[in-house]
Design a protein around this ligand. Sequence first.
Ligand SMILES: [Zn+2]
Length: 195
Amino acid sequence: MSPRHLLPLIALLSMIGCSRNTAAPVTKTPDNSSPPVAIRLIGPDGKPGPVVQSPRVVKTDAEWEKQLGTEAYRVLRAKGTEAPFCGNLLDNHKQGVYFCAGCDLPLFSSGSKFHSGTGWPSFYQPYAKENIAEIRDSTHGMIRTEILCTRCGGHLGHVFNDGPAPTGLRYCLNSVSLIFRDEAEVKKTGSAAAR
Ligand SMILES: [Zn+2]
């Protein structure tokens, strides 16, 4: 095979690997007038607290990019997907809580994390159902359910119906959408760290 014929193969392999892709530009006018959202923060006992009303976290694309950095911005704000088996939280087995990398909302707890074999961190239920929003995603020739952070609208991943008991759901996450804090850190900061 001549080098010319290898070029498409090399291009394909570079797409599969853990490369850092450039974020696609997204233009959306922030709307500070939208109504507050109902969420649950971490209660004093470490369990989900009562439902509270919270203002949405709204920032411009430039502000998000500055806060998140290129890769997290590409996933959270431009609906990108990190390469499988590359995320830093895939094999994290510590006890604690996974927070939104955009706004620090508690999204998943270590107790519902399971090994799915997909290459992405997987959970069978969210920390609180209020904290995850779902929308229909018909991109890439598939019908899927996209999951978003309720408070900042950040793209987290997708939810599928092939998960384990007790829910039968598989929340498929991008590591870069999440910030993990272990139990001691959660006890110390609770939801006080929320942006
Ligand atoms: Zn968020």
